[in-house]
Structures are given as C-alpha cells and as structure tokens.
Design a protein around this ligand. Structure first.
Ligand code: TYD
Ligand code: MG
Length: 502
C-alpha cells in the first residue's frame, strides 16, 4: 500500500509515473524522476478553490488582500545561540519557527557547532532536542563531554579546573541536552510533537528516512520530504530547526540543494580540515544579511570564535618576497589577511595555476593584466597563490594584493617601505578601480599598525592612492633595488605612476 501513496515526478517536465525510470517517459531526460508523497492538499491545489470562490463572487470565502502598512509586523524575538559569530551570521540569533540549513563537508565541525548551540540554549533555559541520525547517543555524549563552554559572566581561569571536579555537571551544559538517535522520520516527528522543543537540530537531513517513500535516505525525494514534514511541524509549534546537510565533492549541498528555496536560511561552514580556521557564511537569509561571515577555530574543547582575526593574520604575515597584507571585507567587517604567492620556473608544458582561498579565474585575469600592463610575464612559471589561514576572500578588492604578491615573488623582492596593506580591483586596462568601504579597510589597517595602505583613487584621506597597477607597483616594488623608497620614485616616473596620498 505504501507504494501506491507515492508518485515519481520528473523535475524537468513534471510528468508523473507510478514507477521509477532512469529516463523520463515524458521528456526523455535522464535521472530526473524524483519520488514524492501524494498528499490530499496537492490534489486540491490543482482545483484552485480560491479562484473558483472569487469567480462565484462569494465574498465570505475570498481571502482579501491587505495594504502592507496594515499588516501587523511583530518584532521577531530571536534566541541568542550564545555564540556571537553565529548570531551575527544569522542576523541576530535564531528565529522561532525558522528552518536553518547548515552545510559543510564531513569533519568540518557541523556537529560540534550544533552541539554547542543547543548547550548554550539549554543553559539559557530553552527546551532543546538533538536528533542524531549519524551517531549513536553514546557517540554524541562523548563529543559533548569534550566541549568546554564559557561560563556565563566574565571568564575565569579557574573554570578549567572546576570542570575537572566531580559534580561539575552544571558546568557542562552540553550534557544536559536531550538527544534522540533516530533515523525514522515518523518517530522523529512524533518526538518533536510530544517534546515541542524551542530549538532542535537534525543531524543530518540526509540520514533521515520517511517510510512512505521507497527511495534511499539522502535521495532527492527523501531529503525534500523530510525537510517539508519537519518544516510543517516546526512552523506550527514555533520550533527553530537547524538541519545539518552534507556537501558533495563539487561543493554543492548534496540533495539539500533542493532545500535551498524551502528553508529560511542557508549557512555554509567551510575551511580546510587540516587547518584550525573555519568560516561560517550565510548563502541565504530571510532574516538578515548574507554578507556576514564568522570565523572560528577548532580547538580541543570545541569551536572557539576568532574575534581578533586581523591581529593574528598580521602578526603571522611573513613579509618576505611574495607576501602581501590585504585589507579585505568580510561582509560588513574588515579583515586583514595575508596573501602569499610563489612564482617558480615550470617544468610542465602547461604551467600550473594553483589557488586557495580565491577564485581561480581571478588569478588568471590578474596574471594577464600583470603581463600586459606591467610587463611581468609568468607564462613559463608555475604560480601558486594562497590566502593564509584557510580564509576565503570572495571580493574584487583582492586583485591588487594578488598582483603585488605575484610581482614580488616573481622579482624575488619583498614589498618595500613601511609595513603596509593594500586593496583594490584591477580593470582590464590596468587601472586600479575603487572598491567598497575604503574607510573601514583603512581604519582596520591603521588599528593594526599598518601605516601605509595602497588603494585606488577616491579611497579617501590616509590612503596611498594609485591610479594604475603600474603606479602601485612602482610605489612598493621599485625597479632595480629591493629596498628603494616607493613613494619618492613616483615623481620621476611621470604622470602615469603618480601617487596621491597622505
Ligand atoms: P564534527 O563536528 O563531528 O564534524 P562534522 O559533524 O562536520 O562531520 O567534528 C569535526 C572534527 O573536529 C573532528 O574530526 C574532531 C574535531 N574536534 C576537535 O578538534 N575538538 C573538539 O572539541 C571536538 C568536539 C571535535
Ligand atoms: Mg557530524
């Protein structure tokens, strides 16, 4: 009987079929049939009762539109997750009844982060529930035991010692979180309905299985069904749900990609597993900005927010040939990161271009501009560019830093002058283009003792403004000597390399 309650629908043409086919019988596309549950409401929806009622002029049944100004806009009460960086990315905390999808590759720390969130919420007096489909309750407990949460109030060095004492349960709020190790959707829904938690984590959405569908857990049909049913219940009882989802090799949220339109917020947890830094970004957020990013570090006691990221990256910067500090923007927050480049003769016919933390195509563009407009050719060389610390910089303002790092490595000369930072986008004609928030970038650089900031024209007071890539290069990589005073040279090189600043 269970079989007859589902139908396979082609995601391309919408053809319905009782059986699964590799090729759609309607449009001939491959692998497009997705199993779906037949619900009564779906059948009714086709009849469009609202339309019929209005045609019949039955005012009592008609849903009347309201002026937007008359719609009661209640202030959204958010629950603080106790983790400042996460709250900021969410737009101020978890919204009751909202559905958040947290994606990331295996081992990145999704379970650790969600455990910590529930522990904080539980301590703050909220009802929580952790549903684990991947690990047994014992495994979840083992992780929870490792988590060290800052006690409320000012941090004390004695905290770690206190934790070791027997009877320190209250200081391990992670152990107070109720856990349910279950993969059956119906059982999870029943528990959710009975417990009515204020916040719930489903780890992960790909392990849940609805018995009504025949597809394997993690298949598109199952994932969609699981999310839709959980959402229905969560919205009805005001539970904030965090769905954990895995990411495929090519970086897309496997299966959960189909959930992106359904959920209120899509968070991506990224970083390199071997490195301690993890970045949390919002790809979609109905309750806040998608520009925000939070930085964490994986430590022995769980994830720790990195609040002084700029200070760390600046202190760690090598300032050798190929090292440049970039004043980047992470959403609304300025961040100083070190961009490193290595240019080395290649033995390959097609030299390598390896980037990490940047867009590969941007490097190709910067190399072409360097060649064409600054005479720095890298055609016979391997070029490696890395944003140090596993951070990802997705903004055009990184172009100048990449160009300077490549040029500096190519010449084997470190940037000259005072410790400096830079930012700016490169145009195809070799000009340096204005990018957003120059004042915040400059302030951040000044805060961390980087007195000189190479920047595009129009970046404001305090910047060493260069109109073109060549001008920027001659300011910090003067020809002939590795230690020349960049700013002085500009006057001799004519108007093209004129620098405005200070
Ligand atoms: P996990 O949260 O299980 O990752 P995911 O759910 O995304 O697959 O944990 C990721 C890694 O973090 C794991 O390899 C062990 C490490 N870790 C620590 O270094 N310190 C800790 O306190 C914890 C809990 C985990
Ligand atoms: Mg996990």
């Amino acid at each position: 009987m269970a079989r007859s309650s589902t139908v396979h629908v082609c995601s391309e043409c919408g053809v319905q079929s009782a059986q699964w086919h590799g090729q759609c019988p309607g449009c001939g596309a491959w692998n497009t049939l997705v199993e779906e549950r037949i619900t009564a409401s779906r059948g009714d929806a086709g009849k469009r009762p609202g339309l019929r009622a209005s045609r019949a002029g039955d005012a009592s049944q008609r849903a009347a539109p309201r002026r937007l100004g008359d719609v009661g806009a209640q202030a959204v009460l958010r629950m603080s997750t106790g983790i400042g960086e996460l709250d900021r990315v969410l737009g101020g905390g978890l919204v009751p009844g909202s559905l958040v999808l947290l994606g990331g590759s295996p081992g990145i720390g999704k379970s650790t982060l969600t455990n910590m969130v529930l522990a904080h919420l539980q301590r703050a007096g909220h009802r929580t529930l952790y549903v684990s489909g991947e690990e047994s309750a014992e495994q979840v407990r083992l992780r929870a035991e490792r988590l060290v949460l800052e006690p409320p109030g000012p941090p004390s060095p004695a905290h770690a010692n206190v934790l070791a004492l027997p009877g320190a349960r209250c200081l391990r709020p992670a152990l107070e979180v109720p856990v349910l190790a279950e993969t059956d959707l119906q059982a999870v829904l029943e528990t959710l309905a009975a417990e009515a938690p204020e916040a719930c984590v489903i780890d992960s959405v790909q392990t849940m299985r609805s018995a009504e569908l025949s597809g394997a857990p993690g298949s598109v049909g199952q994932v969609r069904e699981v999310a839709a049913r959980i959402m229905e219940l969560a919205k009805a009882q005001g539970t904030a749900v965090i769905l954990v989802g895995h990411v495929t090799k090519d970086g897309a949220l496997a299966g959960p990609r189909v959930l992106e339109h359904l959920v209120d917020c899509v968070l991506q947890f990224e970083g390199e597993r071997e490195r301690p830094y993890r970045e949390l970004r919002a790809l979609k957020n109905r309750f806040g900005s998608t520009n925000e990013a939070g930085l964490f570090e994986m430590r022995q006691g769980g994830l720790v927010e990195v609040l002084d990221a700029s200070a760390r990256f600046v202190a760690e910067a090598t300032r050798g040939p190929g090292s440049v500090v970039l004043a980047a923007m992470e959403g609304s927050r300025p961040l100083l990161v070190e961009v490193q480049a290595l240019v080395a003769p290649s033995e390959l016919e097609q030299p390598r271009r390896v980037v990490s933390g940047l867009d590969r195509n941007r490097l190709a563009l910067v190399l072409a501009i360097l060649h064409r407009h600054a005479g720095i050719g890298t055609g016979a060389c391997d070029v490696f560019v890395n944003v140090v610390g596993g951070v990802r910089v997705d903004e055009p303002g990184c172009d100048l830093a990449v160009a300077l790092a490549v040029a500096s490595s190519s010449r084997g000369v470190a940037l000259s002058g005072a410790p400096r930072a830079c930012f700016g986008e490169l145009g195809l004609t070799g000009e340096l283009r204005w990018v957003g928030h120059p004042e915040r970038r400059l302030a951040e650089a000044a805060k961390h003792g980087l007195g000189e900031v190479l920047a595009p024209m129009g970046s404001g007071e305090g910047a060493l403004q260069a109109p073109t890539l060549r001008a920027a290069l001659s300011a910090c990589l003067p020809r002939g000597s590795g230690s020349g005073r960049g700013r002085r040279i500009s006057a001799r090189e004519g108007p093209e390399v004129a620098l405005v600043g200070e």
